[in-house]
Design a binder for this molecule. Sequence first.
Ligand SMILES: N[C@@H](CCC(=O)N[C@@H](CS)C(=O)NCC(=O)O)C(=O)O
Length: 418
Amino acid sequence: MTTAGTLYSQPNNFRAFRCLSVAEYNGLKLDTPEFALGTSNKTPEFLSKFPFGKAPAFESADKKFHLSQTAAISWYLASLNDSTGLLGKSPQDAGLIQQWIAFGDTDLFIPVSQPAYMVFGLTPVNHAQYQAALPQIERAFAVLESVIKTRTFLVGERITLADISVASILRVAFTYVVDSAMRAKFPHTVRFYKSVAHNHVCSKFFGDINYLDTFKLTAPKKEKKEQPKEKKEEKPKEEAAPAPAPAEKPKNPLDLLPKSSFNLEAWKRAYMNLDTRGTDPAKHSLAYFYANFVPEDYTVVKFTFKWNEELKATFMSNNQIGGFFTRLEASRKYMMGVGLVQNDTKAGGVEGASEIDGVFICRGEDYLSLIKAAPDWESYAYSPLDLNNADDKAFFEGVMAWDLVSNGKECVDGKILK
Ligand SMILES: N[C@@H](CCC(=O)N[C@@H](CS)C(=O)NCC(=O)O)C(=O)O
């Protein structure tokens, strides 16, 4: 593969996915050095080459050419190899491709980004603004649906930059904003998206995709308030998915560990499908767990919310857990978890008297590295559980069975990270 140059971007940037996918299609290698948004893009050296101070940014292999803006970088990379046809076959195709790129980056991304930024904590939660964005999201989706209904690709008969660009925006939409109920209205768009995002090239960069179940407009915890509001375009860290690296490279150091005989995916299925308490490993998930678990390969961790006094209602607490779990997407492959809303039902179910308690089962010892995938990880306190200790075991089982009693509070709701 010819090296086209260097793409500067923080890992897991949906904008970089577009550039990296295009380069891969065109048989071009891009170096992706370590890059931390907020520092690397602010150095005098970076700014001298890229005055926008934003990522992604491209530098040619001979270091003489510098380019910013995702649309420009991906167009440039697409233009370096005619044979793949990523820019179409005619000036008309090129015009149509530009049309779809502009549609994706404006008509689609702007309304989608509004609720997404609220959920990430980059802008304050604003229900009126969300309500105003919804019809715009639906309108953009309806256009896409009507066009893609009878087509495989947006322009011509083969994949082009138009498809990759629009799919990169749909990834943000489907992960954070457009939930299963809304997706059901746009089956052709979902089909189109899957055919692009999951294809043999794009999937290397788009990574595992967590389709949002239910959208809830809640902000993450405290520390997010410190995010400068003017950074509206800043890509949220939780857009995290496997690093934009070639597939042959391990996505996570945990991939280098030998396979554990305790298969996390099998455990998730057992947990979801079996009753929890009981003694038969074929029928009861806790029995299955004890029959199969390999403590040397995993860490079982207790987590508790630090700001329980701020929880004003059960649904808020549950949204808090749901958001946290959604933002753990990049680590989901290596962990399983249950978070419970505990309420003081004995005191009459007083709203606001709730707390959040939960358990993660994490591959390896370094559980914090996995949990840090969620930008709001510091809103919780963590401590490893020793399942040979009776109290720890009781806590673990109480959480798993959703029958925990903690500080006189009983479980009223919860979420599962699976
Ligand atoms: N219009 C630009 C937006 C780039 C952008 O906002 N990038 C974010 C990271 S995903 C960024 O660099 N934010 C830092 C900042 O705004 O200072 C593009 O499409 O490339």
